[in-house]
Write a new protein. Sequence first.
Length: 382
Amino acid sequence: RNSSTTFKKNKRNKSENSANKQYTEVILSLVEHASEIYKEAESLFSDGKEGPLLGIDCCAVCGKRCNSNFDCSVCSRISYCSRRHKKKDQIIHAVVCPALALVTLDENNIPSKEQVQTVLDKLWERRPLEKDLLSTNSHQKENVIKTHSWVEFFSSRKSDEWDPYESVLGREVTSVLSYPLTLIYSAIEHKIVEEIDTSLVIHIVGANSVELEYLSIWKELEYYFLQVYKLNSIKSIQIVFIGPEVPKHLDNTETVYDSTHLSFYSNTYSAFLRDRKKNNFATPNLIATFHPGLTVPEYKWEDSLKEMISFSVPIITTCSTSDELEMEKIIFEEKGCDILSDTNFNPYASNQIMQSGTLANDVYRKNTCVMVAVLVDETFFR
């Protein structure tokens, strides 16, 4: 958080500064240690079978019945069977305990949907408009265009009352905005949309209620592509959300924001393409999928993934960990794709820390890692 001093109020007491520093250190260490923590716990079940939920419904060390007397007293999110095993896990758990305490804090203070929408509306209202961009000097304009951190983004919207790091509401808002801003960042950083003529068509595959709870966030694409980056060849943006988990009340409906057109289909991508005439199909220029879980057999991605790759357009994929990114990278490469970019750093990863549902010591943030893949070996489809 190199720019945090410009974001904070001038006066902070010592306890606040200490908390800020501690939180920053936790965030920076999460990605580095998460995979090691996972492997340490996973080694307990070397037979490959699905074991109990370590630290959640059993002891985090041995998998035996836990005793609530030995739960962590700081975060209250991990259990052990004995004092001895609690001590044995101390080195591993100490890395994530402060982060898990923040998970508890956020869960105990969940903002209402109305509160989140109010912040989103104000952030939108305070965006620098075209006349503001024209009136600013080149340095100020550069700050608006190249906001490569949440601090810079909130600062550009003059919204320092919602700290994206220390505020519960601010962290929730970063979790919501992470989806459109990650897509924008990846598309601009890798010059994916610069040559598109007339209509930008984006298919978001595997969409679910998380990306669709606040539809207004997708107006950000129009703002950045058309107003900030001045991609004048693009006249309209069509975003098509497809997935079995698209809420039923949105299925086969449309929402329009100025030059941005949203449509929704509650079905698999393969089924959506089979009904392309019925669905007013437009060939995508870009495909995105957030946390698809391509390595999970139960999700049955094989057919849909093949259809996605066949369009020979860039596919933006996000993951929570570098290990997951590497596994999904292999899947794309095996299907004839070239990896244009893969990174463990996404400036618009959510600041909201999540706890794994299977390992108490495993923590992650949404959209931590980003990869861009595109088909180069078309013999895969012959």
